[in-house]
Design a binder for this molecule. Sequence first.
Ligand SMILES: NC(=O)C1=CN([C@@H]2O[C@H](COP(=O)(O)OP(=O)(O)OC[C@H]3O[C@@H](n4cnc5c(N)ncnc54)[C@H](OP(=O)(O)O)[C@@H]3O)[C@@H](O)[C@H]2O)[C@@H](O)CC1
Ligand SMILES: Nc1ncnc2c1ncn2[C@@H]1O[C@H](COP(=O)(O)OP(=O)(O)O)[C@@H](O)[C@H]1O
Ligand SMILES: [K+]
Length: 467
Amino acid sequence: MTLRIPPGTPVLTAQAMRDAEQACFDKGVAQGELMERAGAAVAQAALRFAMDRSILVLAGPGNNGGDAYVAARLLAERGHDVTVAALGGKRDGAAEEMRQRWTGNTVPLEQAEPRAVLIDGLFGTGMSRPIEGAVKAALHRLVAAAQFSLAIDLPSGLDTDSGGDMGAARVDVTVALGSLKPAHLLGYGLERCGHVLLADIGIPISPEVVKLARPRLTPPAPDAHKYSRGMVVVVEGEMPGASRLAARAALHGGAGYVLLAGTGSADAGPDALVHARVDDAKALHDLLDDARVGAVVIGPGLGRSEAARAKLEAVLAAPHPTVFDGDALTLLGEGATQCFAKRDAVSILTPHAGEFARMFGKNGRGKIERTRDAAADCGAVIVHKGPDTVIGGLTQLTVANAGTAWLSTAGTGDILAGLVGARLAVEGRCGVCHAVWLHGRAAELAGAAFAADRLIRHIPQAIEECL
Ligand SMILES: NC(=O)C1=CN([C@@H]2O[C@H](COP(=O)(O)OP(=O)(O)OC[C@H]3O[C@@H](n4cnc5c(N)ncnc54)[C@H](OP(=O)(O)O)[C@@H]3O)[C@@H](O)[C@H]2O)[C@@H](O)CC1
Ligand SMILES: Nc1ncnc2c1ncn2[C@@H]1O[C@H](COP(=O)(O)OP(=O)(O)O)[C@@H](O)[C@H]1O
Ligand SMILES: [K+]
């Protein structure tokens, strides 16, 4: 049965998927049986969209192609006009069995004529190199000419573990088999997969990575007071607007008391915000000598001067859970790993792609692996932001798609930092994922073309949806 993606859905790399499949075989399930289930799920999804239109099924040389032959057979049995466009000749194992069981019309891929409905079963998790030449040209020609296109497991030409583009065409619907893969949530996959459906084909899954789910939050206890609700200190910087955004987000994110440590001037920002005058690192150190502090936020608008660096040093030395964002991360640069590894208190890092690269370098591996490894090296939680935010350093790696690209406007990261601070003070480390969900949901509620300031107003409603 194909499903919309439920909360907390596992995300498996190509190798983890193969391991899960192997565990299934070890229990006596035949490969052909899994392929029948996969093909049936694809055929069922295609039936919903195909109506009485003619169907072209692209069948590749591996098991993705095997699934394609099953789907073709089942759709033809339902009376549809189906043609298979095949790549390659004789196959191995169950895929060859399924090819032989297909008795309908078959043409070589490169000679195929477009049909109204296209099912792409060329390559799935076995993509080992970019698609090129005549195969790529045929895939793009046939997908572009179809009125509706559906990919089996993944659009052919997407790198399973990174979502990197290896020649993929964008399809309307992708039926993920057994589990989501990183490419359904990351990089180019966000656009190329179209609408993703999940087909449960009976493979038991124990996930290392999950898709972010809506959290369940609890309202304040009956005997709560402002300090027990969570006290957040936001360090004001040389660009005070950014730290004010963070502080206001913390106030609207459920913290009981938010203190902006900087000029002490209350000219701007809500009256509920407490302003403390902190002229230098020594004053900040003294202010942080307070056991009531539940979380500190430093980085939004901090600046990169020596004074900013001194404040950062004071915060690093303090025993409080801390969110490090923006300039705080840039100031640390390549020294970040060493610095966080020796810090005892909880550290949450919220880099965007540029800040992440400045701290941990760039290499060819996928976002999930890079985030996981950096978090492990730092002993920190890392929220690696973007349309495909990856959160590492908690029990499970989590991937979050915000659902709206309107978040790509200045200041939304400052708001996330404040919100993470609030949830950290209220709930501890698990609050990090909750903050990311609330941020994305608030953005959906804010609609089109919002300025970051307006996003903050929607945080309480997002929280209310989780109570
Ligand atoms: N795991 C599960 O639980 C289940 C998995 N199932 C299905 O199996 C799929 C994975 O199947 P798979 O491993 O056979 O790989 P697949 O994607 O068909 O491609 C491999 C073939 O393509 C070739 N090839 C690769 N790149 C190429 C290129 N650029 N250009 C040209 N050729 C290229 C490659 O050749 P080679 O690299 O060996 O030279 C090989 O022949 C998975 O996505 C799902 O649909 C379900 O049936 C049941 C449950
Ligand atoms: N295209 C996008 N789709 C969804 N979310 C996005 C997109 N671009 C950015 N975001 C999110 O918006 C926020 C931007 O943060 P950041 O780059 O630090 O901005 P700033 O420093 O201006 O506040 C992050 O939470 C990021 O995940
Ligand atoms: K495919």
